[in-house]
Design a protein around this ligand. Structure first.
Ligand code: AMP
Ligand code: MG
Length: 307
């Protein structure tokens, strides 16, 4: 197992670049317990948790600028964060920590389970299109159209030629989104087989977590190797220059949160956002407010025949 180093991060510039998936991928080469790009610290966990607070404030500020531009200038841009992972990979926890730092007003969070009968009657991207964030929003997908090349492949829900044709369909779909103003950030939270066992056992031990336990997760776990192969293909075939995939080692929750928050921050910074300029005369508006004469009703005075 390789540990990606801070030196490589400095050479490549950003955490997103460091964790980005290239044309080939073998998840076996990435240690789920590693902390690539994390500066050397005495107390890495404490440091990462503290940093997260600052990054969260930055996320909130950029999100507000994105939202403000859509409202004030009709800017069509938006950001979509796609999260994928094996069960217990930490998608929910990441959403709580990373999206939780932003204003709910500008967030659009959607989880995808097995398709309903209605969804199944359409092509696999139909329900995804309906769930996309609007201009100015930050969208978060908890699972996504990638399930249609992951579980659909591993559980043979469709013939091989069908799921194989979906890689290029997905790339075309994401190209279309990016052309329409989307910035797409895709993150796979990579946990180990051992860590998944620990987390599943924890869910059994803690009665407040029983609702999260699904016996079917153990069946998916039994197909771990098939899933890893499906992930290798999906991530490498669909990691494009316009919508790259990232693998975030996720056995350590504090690293996972820090890394995802950083990747999202970098994407938002790359959008080069600023607060929209006023399209009215500020001085004139100020004068109007200082000298205005309200109607009797607005002054709270009783009107004789008024409402
Ligand atoms: P959870 O994220 O724990 O709520 O589980 C959602 C379940 O829905 C997982 O078992 C996924 O594999 C399954 N799922 C999501 N999308 C699809 C899909 N397109 N086809 C089949 N199963 C899906
Ligand atoms: Mg689950």
């Amino acid at each position: 197992m390789t540990e990606l180093t801070g030196a490589r991060l400095r050479a490549r510039g950003s955490l997103g670049d460091l964790l980005r998936v290239g044309p080939t991928l073998d998840l076996m080469d990435i240690d789920p317990g590693s902390t690539p790009g994390l500066p050397k610290k005495k107390d890495p966990k404490g440091w990462a948790r503290e940093q997260l607070t600052g990054i969260g404030a930055e996320l909130a500020r950029h999100q507000e600028m994105l939202y403000a531009n859509a409202k004030a200038t009709g800017d069509r841009r938006r950001l979509l964060l796609v999260l994928q992972a094996m069960d217990c990979g930490g998608k929910d926890g990441t959403i709580k920590k990373v999206a939780g730092a932003m204003n709910p007003l500008g967030l659009h969070i959607v989880g995808f389970g097995p398709p309903t009968d209605e969804e199944r009657a359409h092509d696999f991207l139909w329900r995804i299109r309906r769930a996309l964030p609007e201009a100015g929003q930050v969208g978060v997908f908890n699972r996504s159209h990638y399930e249609d090349v992951l579980v659909a492949r591993v559980d043979s829900l469709v013939p091989e030629r069908t799921w194989r044709s979906r890689y290029w369909q997905i790339n075309g779909f994401e190209r279309e989104l990016v052309n329409g103003g989307f910035v797409i950030v895709k993150v796979m939270l990579h946990i180990s087989y051992q860590e998944q066992r620990e987390r599943l056992l924890e869910r059994l031990t803690d009665p407040t977590k029983h609702w999260k336990y699904n016996p079917a997760d153990v069946d998916a776990r039994a197909r771990w190797t098939d899933y890893q192969a499906a992930y290798n293909d999906a991530l490498s075939k669909c990691s494009t220059e316009y919508a790259p995939w990232h693998v975030v080692p996720a056995d350590r929750k504090w690293y996972r949160d820090w890394a995802v928050a950083n990747i999202v921050r970098e994407a938002l910074v790359g959008m080069d956002l600023s607060y929209p300029k006023a399209d009215f005369d500020i001085a004139a508006e100020r004068r109007r407010l200082k000298t205005d004469r309200a109607t009797a009703g607005a002054r709270g005075e009783r009107q004789v025949n008024g409402e």
